[in-house]
Design a protein around this ligand. Sequence first.
Ligand SMILES: NC(=O)c1ccc[n+]([C@@H]2O[C@H](COP(=O)([O-])OP(=O)(O)OC[C@H]3O[C@@H](n4cnc5c(N)ncnc54)[C@H](O)[C@@H]3O)[C@@H](O)[C@H]2O)c1
Length: 274
Amino acid sequence: MSVLAGKIAMVTGSGRGIGRAIAMKLAGAGAAVVVNDLDDEPAAETVTLIEGLGGRAIACNGDVTASDFGDRIVHAALTGLGGLDIIVNNAGYIWNTTIQRNTDEQWQAMLEVHATAPFRILRAASEHFRASAKREMAADNLVQRKVVNISSVSGMYGSATQVAYSAGKMAVVGMTHTLAKEWGRYGVNVNAVAFGFIETRLTQEFEEKPAEIEVRGQQFKVGFPADMAKQMHQRISLGRPGRAEEAAGAVYLLCLPEADYITGQVLICDGGRL
Ligand SMILES: NC(=O)c1ccc[n+]([C@@H]2O[C@H](COP(=O)([O-])OP(=O)(O)OC[C@H]3O[C@@H](n4cnc5c(N)ncnc54)[C@H](O)[C@@H]3O)[C@@H](O)[C@H]2O)c1
């Protein structure tokens, strides 16, 4: 099925986890994809996997929080693949503690990656979106474009130890509602998907010591003790965490032409909360 044939997408943080699954899903439906990650190796693997499907992908790696990154990735899409129709703001990580231990640095880091980076990317894309829409409307041929911002149930409902993360994930929801209003006239659908418990390296179960991931040379503890993970599963209607491919499915739905009249919405993809 090539329902997205001819479309050009960018997916940040697509070297691993949900981002990779989204990039693969969009590519599998025919979109060409700009892959991004902090880490070159997993991003290169995603490009190779897409090429293995017969798809087209390029990498624009680097830290989404760099002040010039928005301009750089939009430029990469326009010059490297010849356009930009779908933006998925997915890159992110967690840095958890209770509020009394939450430093300013931690707060800033979470807002930078989950809110400021998507803002700069979308600001950088705005010229392309507006100019393309004006040209296409003059030819009576407006192309519908899509933004999907990745949020979390932690932003929607709160989650202990995630004061900064949840603030960042809710900031992106506010941005989604506002840009849906600003960009509706240009045919851009702006939606968000808020994930619950999706199996990736961020949510891995551990018996004794939490796993650690490295982000920009810094180590972060991730995951849940196995007994806590079991309790969390019991609070999910479907009784289990989601797979990255299932998470990608929710993003994909919002990128389809069938979703052309859906904008300013937050789709919750969490297996159902009990
Ligand atoms: N896994 C879950 O249960 C869950 C739930 C809700 C929301 N989310 C969100 O989904 C998104 C993807 O998370 P995941 O679970 O797939 O994590 P992951 O760690 O498996 O993948 C995230 C990728 O983003 C990259 N990344 C992180 N910071 C970056 C930066 N500054 N610049 C560029 N790349 C960066 C990482 O290197 C990694 O490859 C995140 O925004 C996360 O907050 C995940």
